[in-house]
Design a binder for this molecule. Structure first.
Ligand SMILES: [Zn+2]
Ligand SMILES: [Zn+2]
Ligand SMILES: [Zn+2]
Length: 502
């Protein structure tokens, strides 16, 4: 079988590489070449005259291209799905967070002087778990000379040191004691808890600033990550900004009267005081309490010259890199599944009674629509929720994410540039600064023609398929991308030696 597959690949390779059009094909797929599963698009153009009336039938403009399609990278965030696109996402996230710290990409570079804090917001305990030691700080898991015993007879003590790749890391001592329902519901509401906390922090900060006669605001970028136990937690970069009374969108330096200590106080206060109860649930009429765990960690970020990592200091580069790394992690790192569950696949994943199985089951079970939901209104409310509270049905839809359905990288409006803006810049660069019309060979069309009304051309995108046509194509494209990357790296090094001769 393996032999067959290998033969098929090499004949595919030969077939493609001996094609006289090979180099045209390679140049054509280059923008998506590193992607594991690019999207193949057919594009239809409908031409219009100046009055906006269509001229003739739509024209399939991709027909003359190699393979008759346009290849577009999948842009998936998760390294387990597409390593190359996850790498791009990671780089973009890095630039987004970094620009918010030191300026650049449309953010004034004066932000480097704003007080900045790096904070970690964690979930409360849902039951004792085997704890993970931080790298370089080995710690006994749960040393107890006379340990308590849980109602199921499990001794709650452990004298091991668990590194983060230890399978015991994050495992509950007793599956029957662990509150899986609370964790699932907490993950579902984590985004709402964050929202309420930022509002509370802003209020608290305003209270501190008012007697000093100043106004400030917090800007942030945050990244969500799974802990080993499966609860979501947030890392956030929080920056203090001043408010320009004439232009609220401008990012200006905060008044010196407000110190990082004020911000820390406001955050700690907000974290300690923000608590709410979920909607009622058929399995828990009172709802679940949603609040933060006790381990709220906040540190000041020092922007040392040139961003050199000083011992014991967090620098902007280190923090931006750290946050970006987490943005591309999925639930897989907490030992979970990457696809949306169905009632069939749930059975497959929960055949054995494990921590993972119990987490998936809790989401599925609590997200199941009760028979009592009969009216369409009740069904919609169950599925999507109303107002700010999410519907319980989302727990089933997001069971593979352990209940968390929020974004993995978010930022407040003024923190820095957006991922979309960065993507647009890169897209233009990849196309050699050409607008899509030129890329499609629709030369003679001005860029604004595509945006101004009435537009002479409307483009319709049809997905022909996902992934490379053959494993041979995948190998050729991925190799070409790797070689291009290597050439860029060498060119960069040559430029560096030119300017910094040894
Ligand atoms: Zn991809
Ligand atoms: Zn342990
Ligand atoms: Zn127990």
């Amino acid at each position: 079988m393996a032999e067959h597959r290998h033969l098929a690949t090499s004949s595919e390779l030969l077939y493609r590489a001996s094609d006289p059009e090979y180099f045209r094909w390679l140049a054509h797929v280059m923008p998506a070449a590193a992607c594991s599963r690019p999207i193949r698009l057919r594009v239809d153009a409908q031409w219009h005259d100046t009055t906006g009336a269509p001229i003739g039938p739509p024209e399939r403009v991709t027909d003359d291209m190699p393979d008759g399609v346009l290849y577009v990278a999948c842009k998936n965030r998760r390294a387990s799905v597409c390593p190359a696109c996850a790498q791009t996402y990671r780089a973009d996230t890095y630039h987004l967070i970094h620009a918010g710290l030191v300026g650049g990409k449309g953010v004034p570079d004066t932000v480097v002087n704003h007080p900045c804090l790096f904070a970690t917001f964690a979930a409360p305990s849902f039951g004792p778990v085997h704890s993970v030691s931080k790298p370089g700080k080995p710690r006994l898991c749960r040393p107890r000379r006379t340990p308590e015993t849980c109602p199921h007879g499990v001794r709650l003590a452990c004298f091991d040191i668990h590194s983060s790749d230890d399978p015991m890391a994050g495992e509950p001592f007793c599956l029957d004691c662990y509150d899986y329902h609370h964790q699932a519901v907490w993950n579902l509401h984590a985004g709402e808890l964050w929202r309420r906390t930022t509002i509370a922090a802003h209020r608290r900060l305003a209270d501190l600033a008012r007697p000093l006669g100043v106004k400030v605001r917090l800007s942030y970028a945050k990244v969500a990550e799974y802990q080993h136990r499966g609860a979501i937690h947030f890392h956030a970069m929080i920056r203090l900004d001043g408010i320009d009374p004439d232009d609220s969108d401008r990012v200006i330096a905060p008044p010196a009267a407000i110190t990082p200590e004020h911000v820390r106080l406001a955050l700690a206060d907000a974290v300690a005081s923000t608590v709410f109860s979920t909607d009622t649930h058929p399995r828990n009429r009172a709802g679940w309490p949603i609040y933060w765990g006790e381990q709220f960690d906040v540190r000041t970020v020092h922007l040392s010259p040139g961003d050199v990592d000083d011992v014991g200091q967090i620098t902007s580069t280190a923090v931006a890199g750290y946050l970006a790394k987490y943005a591309t992690k999925g639930t897989e790192d907490a030992g979970h599944v990457s696809k949306r569950l169905t009632s069939e696949s749930l059975w497959f994943y929960t055949e054995r009674d494990t921590h993972q199985a119990r987490q998936l089951q809790a989401c599925w079970y609590l997200g199941e629509r009760p028979l009592a939901c009969t009216t369409p209104l009740e069904r919609d409310r169950w599925r999507d929720g109303r107002g700010t509270l999410p519907g319980w049905g989302k727990l089933q839809r997001w069971a593979h994410m352990l209940g968390y359905g929020g974004h993995f990288t978010t930022k407040s409006r003024r923190y820095s540039t957006t991922l979309t803006a960065l993507r647009e810049v890169r897209k233009a660069f990849q196309r050699g600064q050409q607008p899509l019309a030129v890329e499609l060979g629709l030369t003679g069309i001005q860029d604004q023609d595509l945006t101004d009304d009435p537009s002479p051309v409307n483009l319709t995108y049809l997905i022909e398929g996902i992934g490379w046509r053959t494993t041979g194509d995948a190998a050729l494209a991925n190799t070409a991308a790797a070689m291009a990357r290597e050439r860029r790296r060498i060119a960069r090094e040559e430029v560096m030696t030119m300017f910094n001769p040894a």
